[in-house]
Design a protein around this ligand. Sequence first.
Ligand SMILES: Cc1cc2nc3c(=O)[nH]c(=O)nc-3n(C[C@H](O)[C@H](O)[C@H](O)COP(=O)(O)OP(=O)(O)OC[C@H]3O[C@@H](n4cnc5c(N)ncnc54)[C@H](O)[C@@H]3O)c2cc1C
Length: 408
Amino acid sequence: MAEFTLELNDDQKQVRDWLHGFAADVIRPAASEWDEREETPWPVIQEAAKVGIYSLDFYAQQFFDPTGLGIPMAMEELFWGDAGIALSIVGTGLAAVGVLANGTEEQIGTWIPQMYGDPDDVKVAAFCSSEPDAGSDVASMRTRAVYDQAKDEWVLNGTKTWATNGGIANVHVVVAVVDPELGSKGHASFIVPPATPGLSQGQKFKKHGIRASHTAEVVLEDVRIPGHCLLGGKEKLDQRLARARERAASGGERVKNAAMATFEASRPAVGAMAVGTARAAYEVALDYAKTRTQFGRPIIDNQGIAFQLADMRTQIDAARLLVWRASWMATTGKPFTSAEGSMSKLYASETAKKVTAQAVQILGGNGFTREYPVERMHRDAAIYTIFEGTSEIQRLVIARTLSGMPIR
Ligand SMILES: Cc1cc2nc3c(=O)[nH]c(=O)nc-3n(C[C@H](O)[C@H](O)[C@H](O)COP(=O)(O)OP(=O)(O)OC[C@H]3O[C@@H](n4cnc5c(N)ncnc54)[C@H](O)[C@@H]3O)c2cc1C
């Protein structure tokens, strides 16, 4: 049994410092340009691929860190550099996790390398679940996947929205309804291979923040994919659907809990992204408060400023501890009896929004301009309370978990 410690070990510190160097030297200097261009920063992704940060190996290493801190530490450092660029670097990982979680060994080996490409020809991947009428309410998804037994093909039809890397991805992972009677338990995930006819990009969104990250609709019109593109395979799907039907008849509680556990394990990573952005804005504000002089003294000499900075730092550290706790719980298999994963995402994302707004205020007029990075960080921070479950949905999950009541 390991002794209790919150200190990173030497290997973790080395990785953290390496990532921090990349974030400081490569990501941060490029942040403003790609935010203005509102385009995927391919050269930065390529640079990340060359040094080994944009690769499955890197994420696998962090993911299998036995303390659980590998992923949150990596997310915090990359998003400290810049949220839009960092999401362009880690967005493929969201799709890769979809394959790792549900795919067979063969599917993992075939598709994940195609998601990343190689350093001389980098590719990205997209995970497409949300739809225009199915955001928080995932169960109302309408994209259909129908099996054509004669050809051993699946036929996908529907419109996905908000897909990070949607339409520009080499590989799309698409969640679709295979049994409409079963709600979210009747969903399955599919690989849409590169250049499959029928898949096209709909509108690309012009966003408030994380503008270097590509977000778009994905339209699926009679997209035919081979049977082997169903993640996990047909036999496993049929067994799962049969179990879901049985459980639906007897209350459906266990299936629901399994899905919730997956979210609890993935949400701390988003919390860590929020911690990175919050920390970045806090550091800029602290420096500025120490050097900006008004009334003959640095503005930090005023308690009104100094106490804000004290609160900002306290909340950032508290957010990180919640994230680390939840990540440690996920890795060590502890049950999320109080929705600790959702708690970490809720608190960290709300902290990022608050702290970045305070940073803008502390920089005064400069904070309101694009000459200083806190303006961008404040816009970027707004995403954390929206994607991977809004703050309201996190509160719903936490309240239901704590109370055992079907709170609406
Ligand atoms: C930049 C960006 C990137 C994204 N990337 C991806 C991606 O890669 N793949 C993907 O599949 N999706 C992605 N999403 C989608 C994201 O997960 C959804 O936007 C999110 O789940 C919210 O859904 P919605 O936008 O439809 O909002 P809605 O669900 O319509 O919610 C609108 C408002 O109502 C509130 N609300 C809804 N239901 C309740 C309730 N029961 N109680 C209280 N309040 C409620 C919400 O909290 C929110 O404030 C992305 C979104 C954005 C903006």
